[in-house]
Design a protein around this ligand. Structure first.
Ligand SMILES: Nc1nc2c(c(=O)[nH]1)N[C@H]1C(S)=C(S)[C@@H](COP(=O)(O)O)O[C@H]1N2
Ligand SMILES: [Mo]
Length: 425
């Protein structure tokens, strides 16, 4: 197989990867044209396949909304969504093992063939690739040959904690009734989005980036809203966003976006588009239902057309089962984690007496400045009966957790102090 024969998949990838990488020395203009000429040859075949076989390249019907096992001791499930049980983090390290990492799907996990997968990059913010027809296409093996970067970051659903708007505050909200388990921290390996965008010929007037998924179109209320997609400002896109192909040292599992997903640190989960298929880069602001209709704060006190959500709020959770039984007259170490989308956690306080008194939890020093902060506090309950645990954190910017979260109709960003029931026995 000759490395210069673009019809041979393997050699074609090799050749393109070399040219792509070499472009750093030669300048983006040349490489982009060069790459595009090659991409066009294979692109035609891929486009033909896509139109014959449906929208998602090589995606086949999945077995169910979620592919991985969802044992009840690790997850609470809600149709296509599964929340991690917090007690499953007891004794774990900084990372959430993949077998218990929450899953949030708008439709169902697609099964995608990495050999047929292509990332298409186009838009008025790229030199010479204004539309889909002129898109630059990047294959899986090519992507894996670009300089790799590893980072530990959190993915958290904007609706994490939503059920407490209703159970603690008596407010009605719509959406999945998560407790606090729609959050996870993993070690992601991939290529920085900035690397790919710069290679693709980013222009100085690019303002927005719109990544979209290869999962089925999202249909709600009888309206097809198209593929799951949500724009990001170019500043964030060039800062710390990753195109991840590995999670916790393994190829990305199907449910978490195989072959490639976006990871957008600090921003709400919907920004981290799974099964990434295309990225539009635009010189004009971009919109999608996921930043105009959903993932905005609506309700009393918010503008009529809502307020956009970027970063996540401050939250805390105990690594303890809901309604756990805790022995009376014995010392129990209460453990938990706190996190913020904005900055590291500075302090955590815990109450075991219904919020009357608070004690400072001991923070794990090795977590300082990390995605989330582990903490612990000994407790010696004496009186058998129901008890309520509470934890509240403050981050380095001074943002803290209020007794009551500010209501919004879609139930996002619940940052209130959660009343965690246990029984002392
Ligand atoms: N293509 C696509 N990307 C997506 C979603 C989706 O349904 N389709 N769900 C988003 C939401 S709402 C969240 S919270 C995260 C969840 O990531 P996880 O399932 O890997 O935990 O993925 C985001 N990326
Ligand atoms: Mo989400």
């Amino acid at each position: 197989m000759s490395g210069s024969d673009p019809s041979a998949e393997c050699g074609y990838d090799d050749l393109r990867a070399r040219q792509w990488l070499a472009s750093e020395a030669r300048g983006d203009d040349f490489s982009r044209r060069d790459l595009f000429r090659l991409a066009a040859a294979v692109g035609a075949a891929v486009t033909g396949m896509a139109s014959a076989g449906g929208s998602a390249l090589a995606a086949v019907a999945s077995q169910g909304p979620i592919v991985k096992p969802l044992p009840p001791e690790l997850f609470v499930t809600f149709g296509g969504n599964a929340e991690m049980r917090w007690e499953a983090m007891a004794g774990q390290g900084r990372l959430v093992p993949t077998d218990r990492f929450f899953v949030r799907n708008h439709t169902a996990t697609p099964l995608i063939d990495a050999d047929l997968w292509r990332l298409r990059l186009f838009g008025t913010g790229l030199r010479g690739s204004p539309d889909r027809d002129t898109a630059i296409q990047l294959g899986y093996r090519q992507l894996r040959r670009l300089p790799a970067h590893t980072q530990t970051s959190m993915v958290e659903c904007a609706g994490n904690g939503r059920s407490f708007f209703t159970s603690q505050q008596g407010q009605s909200v719509s959406g999945t009734a998560w407790r606090l388990g729609a959050v996870g921290v993993a070690r992601w390996r991939g290529v920085r989005l900035s690397t790919v965008l710069r290679h693709a010929g980013l222009t100085p007037d690019a303002v927005d980036v719109l990544p979209s998924g290869l999962d089925a179109d999202f249909v709600t209320g009888g309206v097809n809203l198209g593929p799951v997609r949500r724009p990001l400002p170019i500043g964030k896109a060039l800062d710390d966003v990753l195109l991840a192909y590995e999670m916790n040292g393994e190829p990305l599992p199907s449910d978490h976006g195989f072959p490639v997903r976006l990871v957008v640190p600090g921003w709400i989960g919907i920004s981290s588009i799974k099964w990434l298929g295309a990225i539009e880069v635009s010189a004009e602001p971009l919109f999608s239902p996921w930043n105009t209709q959903f993932y905005r704060l609506f309700g009393p006190g918010y503008p009529v057309d809502g307020e956009l959500i970027g970063r996540q709020a401050v939250k805390s959770a105990f690594e303890v089962a809901w309604n756990a039984r805790i022995p009376a007259g014995a010392r129990t170490v209460l453990r938990g984690r706190s996190w913020s989308g904005t900055s590291p956690i500075r302090a955590v306080e815990v109450s075991t007496d219904g919020g009357h008194s608070w004690r400072r939890a001991r923070l794990h020093r090795s977590d300082a400045g990390r995605a989330w902060q582990r903490w612990e506090l000994p407790w010696l309950p004496s009186v058998p009966g129901p008890a309520v645990l509470r934890a509240r954190a403050v981050d380095a910017t001074g943002a803290s957790q209020p007794d009551e979260a500010r209501h919004n109709t879609l139930g996002y960003l619940f940052d209130g102090v959660v009343a965690h029931p246990v029984t002392v026995v």
